[in-house]
Design a protein around this ligand. Structure first.
Ligand code: ADP
Ligand code: MG
Length: 265
């Protein structure tokens, strides 16, 4: 059964989409079978994976509204080799169309159940809002990756997010947990970034990824070439950081597997 990880933070511009695309590509390079689910009507993860979102007939929208099976909406990234359940502007309509539907928060979870065993890891890119689409992502997921910029307001936003997670846990997904907090767009020379890093360490000991993603222009350029950074400029600091992150995540999984096995003895 694939491990499902939603990348979420209701704040926009913190690096969610960049993380999903580059993590999907890095995990694929490391031999993992990956499905990327784009839940943002902006479709940036779709475009960044080399797919033309405006040409796609079957997307996550048709899956959520049950017009199409999930199989018929999964496409292969031509530039990075992982599978994509893509999104485009049509997805913005899902919120309204599902408003009277029962169990509307469970649509993605139920569809993913048909395919997740084909993958080692499923990564979900959530939109920057707490709407029905995000709730579908949070209901479907096993754990969360939370990207954040180490700036003054980051911690404030985090309090809201933790409240959301508690609510989702009590109503929609009792098992949901934070897999890790990821520091993005880090400028290691910034004193503020170091202070925020230290504060995060105090609040979320053990949850902060050792790997931080530096601010790197290659990560911002790569999407316009329809490629994750590891295929656009593999030697760039950004590409290397996301590859390190992918290794760290896989190591954590191996560790948790052996811990679980040990506790069974
Ligand atoms: P979100 O999905 O959270 O809204 P994005 O991943 O789209 O955030 O990132 C917002 C903007 O910042 C994009 O233009 C992206 O290319 C850029 N960006 C993201 N991470 C980095 C980074 N580490 N270095 C430089 N630019 C980045
Ligand atoms: Mg995004």
């Amino acid at each position: 059964m694939g491990k499902i990880l939603a990348v979420t933070n209701q704040k926009g511009g913190v690096g969610k989409t960049t993380t999903v695309v580059n993590l999907a590509a890095s995990l694929t390079v490391l031999g993992q079978k990956v499905l990327l689910v784009d839940l943002d009507p902006q479709g940036n993860a779709t475009t960044g994976s080399g797919l033309d979102k405006n040409l796609l007939k079957n997307t996550v929208y048709q899956v959520l509204t049950q017009e199409q099976s999930i199989d018929s909406a999964i496409h292969r990234s031509p530039t990075a080799g992982y599978d994509v359940l893509p999104a485009n502007r049509a997805l913005a309509g899902a919120e309204i169309e599902l408003v009277d539907v029962e169990n509307r928060e469970f649509r993605l979870k139920n569809s993913l159940a048909n395919v997740s065993s084909n993958y080692d890891i499923v990564l979900i890119d959530c939109p920057p809002a707490l709407n029905l689409l995000t709730l579908n992502g949070l209901t479907a997921t096993w754990r969360l990756i939370i990207p954040m910029q180490c700036e003054y307001y980051a911690l404030e936003g985090l309090t809201d997010l933790l409240q959301t997670i508690r609510r989702v846990r009590s109503h929609l997904n009792p098992g949901i947990a934070i897999e890790g907090l990821l520091r993005t767009m880090l400028d290691p020379r910034s004193a503020l970034a170091q202070q925020v890093s230290a504060q995060l360490e105090r609040h979320f000991a053990g949850k902060i990824y050792r790997t931080a993603i530096p601010r790197n222009v290659r990560l911002a350029e790569a999407p316009s070439h329809g490629k994750p950074a590891i295929h656009y400029d593999p030697a760039s600091k950004g590409a290397i950081a996301y590859l390190e992150l992918a290794k760290e995540i896989m190591e954590r999984f191996d560790g948790s597997v052996s811990r679980e096995t040990t506790s069974l003895r």
